[in-house]
Design a protein around this ligand. Structure first.
Ligand SMILES: [Zn+2]
Length: 121
């Protein structure tokens, strides 16, 4: 799903023209490029190439800053790399975008544990 830049209408289907007449070909192309980046990230994760996965998913997230799925993958990769500060920043972004998401609670618990561990040290 994406938004038409000239009329701000949400568009779901694979179409090259918006109802308002705007040409959406470039957006479609960008969308499929971002999809490819997302898939590359998942692939790299499966191959345990966490650093590479981070590069792909970061590219995907900058192309689609409100893609919840991509942001969750980004947060999980930061956690995997033990970069809790970065993970938390991404998590705060997710929370602002979708406060009712089912995975939010799990993340809250995780970050609370991180805080407790740090205060013990
Ligand atoms: Zn439009």
């Amino acid at each position: 799903m994406f938004t038409c830049p000239s009329c701000n209408r949400e568009i779901n289907s694979q179409t090259n023209d918006c109802f308002c007449g705007a040409d959406l070909t470039i957006l479609q192309t960008l969308g499929s490029v971002a999809d490819a980046w997302f898939n590359k990230a998942i692939e790299s994760l499966h191959e345990n190439q966490t650093g590479r996965a981070l590069e792909w998913i970061a590219a995907c997230c900058s192309a689609r800053p409100d893609d919840i799925n991509a942001l969750f993958v980004l947060a999980k990769i930061w956690i995997k790399l033990n970069c809790i500060h970065e993970a938390r920043n991404v998590f705060e972004r997710i929370k602002r975008l979708e406060p009712d998401h089912s995975e939010i609670a799990n993340f809250e618990v995780f970050f609370e544990k991180c805080d407790q561990n740090q205060s013990i040290k």
